[in-house]
Design a protein around this ligand. Structure first.
Ligand code: NAP
Length: 311
C-alpha cells in the first residue's frame, strides 16, 4: 500500500514529488508516456523565477526529477494509468501499463495535450508536415527555407512562430481574430519579426492534400469576408491550445464540461477525499509552469495533512 501516488511528471507532478518525499511519505511517481510533460516540447522557459537567463524546458524538468529523487521519490517511467478506481477509496486502485498499485492518496497531475483543429487533411498529414511541436520537428529538412504556417494566437503560437524563423523562408501566423491572445512581450516580439506575417481573421478549412504524403498548401477562409484563398506551405504547426488529459477519470472524479478536474476553491481537493489534482489538468485559467509547480506543492501538503489526520 502506497502513501501517495503521483500521476504525471510535469511541473506539478515533480513538485508534488519533491514535497511529499521531503515529508517522508515515500511517494511513487507514474510518469506517463511523456516524462516531463509539455515543457519538454518547448525551448527556453524565460519566466520561471530563479533563472535570470532562462532555462531549457527539458533541462528544467530533468532537474526537478533529480531533486525529487534526491529526497527518495520513486519513479516508474512510462507507466501510464489506464484505469483509476477511486470511488469508495481509500484505498484507491490504479491500473497502469506496467502493473497495479494501491494507495491511500492520489495526486492527479496528468497535464494537458495539444488541441487539434479537426479539419480535413490534419489527421491524414500528421507527421507528414502537420505537427503540434515546432521544437520537436521544426528543424527537419522538409521545412528548411520553405514557407510554414503556424495556427493560433496565444503564447504557444508566437513561440512556435519565432522558433521557426530559424529555418523557414517565412512564417504565416494564421489567427481567427485580428488580435493576438498572447502576452504582450511575446506578441510584440512575433509581430516585429521580419519573417513572420500575420494572417488575421482567418481559419484553415483544409490542409492539402489529405490523399498526399506531404503538406503543400492550406485553404484559408477570411471569417469577415468569407473569401477563400490557397496558401502554399510545406508545414502546418498547430498551436491552438490544450485539452486536459483526464479522460480516464471521467465518472470517477468531478470534471468540468471542458474536462478539467474540479477542485475546491482553496487547495487542491477533488470531490473524493484523498484525491487531489494539480497543474494544467485542473487549471483552465493560469496554465503556467510556475502555477503548476505551486499547485503541485499545495497538493503535496494537502495529501500530507490528509494522511496525518489518520485516513
Ligand atoms: P491559448 O492561450 O489557449 O491560445 C490558444 C489560441 O488558439 C488562441 O489564440 C485561440 O484563439 C486559438 N484557437 C483555439 N481554438 C482554435 C481553433 N479551433 N481554430 C483556430 N484557432 C483556435 O493556448 P497556448 O498559446 O497554448 O497557451 C496555453 C497557456 O500556456 C497560456 O496560459 C499561456 O500563457 C501559457 N504559455 C506561456 C508561454 C510563455 O510564457 N512563454 C509559452 C507557451 C504557453 P482566440 O484567441 O480567438 O481564443
Amino acid at each position: 500500500m502506497e502513501n501517495v501516488v503521483i500521476i504525471g511528471s510535469g511541473c506539478a507532478g515533480w513538485t508534488a514529488a519533491i514535497y511529499t518525499a521531503r515529508a517522508n511519505l515515500n511517494p511513487l511517481v507514474l510518469t506517463g508516456w511523456q516524462a516531463g510533460g509539455l515543457l519538454t516540447t518547448t525551448t527556453v522557459v524565460e519566466n520561471f523565477p530563479g533563472f535570470a537567463e532562462g532555462v531549457d524546458g527539458t533541462q528544467l524538468m530533468v532537474t526537478m526529477q533529480r531533486q525529487a529523487e534526491r529526497f527518495g521519490a520513486r519513479v516508474s517511467f512510462q507507466a501510464t494509468v489506464e484505469k483509476a478506481e477511486l470511488i469508495g477509496g481509500p484505498p484507491f486502485r490504479l491500473i497502469h501499463s506496467t502493473g497495479i498499485v494501491e494507495t491511500r492518496t492520489v495526486i492527479i497531475a496528468v497535464g494537458a495535450s495539444h488541441k487539434h483543429l479537426g479539419v480535413p487533411g490534419e489527421k491524414e498529414l500528421e507527421g507528414k508536415g502537420v505537427t503540434y511541436c515546432a521544437t520537436c520537428d521544426g528543424a527537419l529538412p522538409v521545412f528548411r527555407n520553405k514557407p510554414l504556417v503556424v495556427v493560433g494566437g496565444g503564447d504557444s503560437a508566437c513561440e512556435e512562430a519565432l522558433f521557426l524563423t530559424r529555418f523557414a523562408s517565412e512564417v504565416f501566423l494564421v489567427h481567427r481574430r485580428d488580435q493576438l491572445r498572447a502576452s504582450r512581450i511575446m506578441a510584440e516580439r512575433a509581430l516585429a519579426h521580419s519573417k513572420i506575417r500575420p494572417v488575421w481573421n482567418s481559419v484553415i478549412e483544409e490542409i492539402h492534400d489529405p490523399a498526399g504524403d506531404s503538406v503543400s498548401a492550406v485553404s484559408l477562409r477570411d471569417v469577415k469576408t468569407n473569401l477563400r484563398t490557397l496558401l502554399p506551405c510545406a508545414g502546418v504547426f498547430v498551436a491552438v491550445g490544450h485539452v486536459p488529459n483526464t479522460a480516464i477519470f471521467a465518472g470517477q472524479v468531478d470534471l468540468d464540461p471542458a474536462g478539467y478536474v474540479r477542485i475546491a476553491n482553496s487547495g487542491t481537493r477533488t470531490n473524493i477525499p484523498g484525491v487531489f489534482a494539480a497543474g494544467d489538468c485542473a487549471d483552465s485559467t493560469y496554465r503556467q509552469a510556475i502555477t503548476a509547480a505551486a499547485m503541485g506543492c499545495m497538493a503535496a501538503i494537502d495529501a500530507e495533512r490528509f494522511l496525518a489526520a489518520g485516513h
